[in-house]
Design a protein around this ligand. Structure first.
Ligand code: SF4
Length: 168
């Protein structure tokens, strides 16, 4: 998946990968395939996963709230960056479940997203991302992982995705 936010911008921002609540809906929720891959992958730190398939967050000295277990808070680097979860690759975009529809939304707490929201670059990326997510390959993955479709509040809608009605 192509990325919208440049990585050098992310490294300077301390907003991501840190969470106010231990059971935050914003913490990375893993695809079933990722849970298997992370358990088998000896190149990344071992982590535990909750019953809701979220990474179990950790606390760290000098940090408020909770951190993703893959985050190195000293340099803001993700220790699993190349294998990071689908949700992390998607962020600041989110798959928001609302009234049984799946809406591609954006979290304007991301300062880069807020700054770029009305630019042609943003619109072009949003079109690309919606097409990517609507592809049959991605839809198959999402249909197999309905738990990653979550309800987020205070996000901005971009477009409804072609996901089948989740009430059936
Ligand atoms: S997996 Fe990496 S990118 Fe995702 S929340 Fe954790 S530290 Fe951040």
């Amino acid at each position: 998946m192509n990325q919208f936010v440049p990585s050098e911008y992310c490294l300077k921002c301390r907003g991501c990968c840190r969470f106010r609540d231990q059971n935050s809906v914003w913490s990375p929720c893993l695809l079933d395939e990722e849970i298997v891959d992370f358990a088998d992958n000896k190149e990344i730190p071992a982590v535990s996963v909750s019953l809701t398939k979220h990474l179990d967050l950790v606390s760290a000295p000098g940090e408020d709230g909770y951190l993703c277990p893959f985050l190195n808070p000293a340099d803001n680097i993700c220790k699993a960056y190349l294998q990071r979860p689908f949700e992390c690759q998607l962020y600041p975009f989110l798959l928001n479940l609302r009234y049984n529809k799946v809406i591609l939304t954006i979290d304007l707490n991301c300062p880069y997203a807020k700054e770029k929201m009305n630019t042609p670059e943003f619109k072009e990326y949003a079109v690309y991302l919606a097409e990517f997510l609507n592809s049959s390959a991605q839809m198959e993955i999402l249909k197999g992982n309905p738990h990653v479709l979550q309800a987020y509040e205070e996000v901005k809608d971009i477009v409804e995705l072609n996901f089948p009605d989740t009430s059936h």
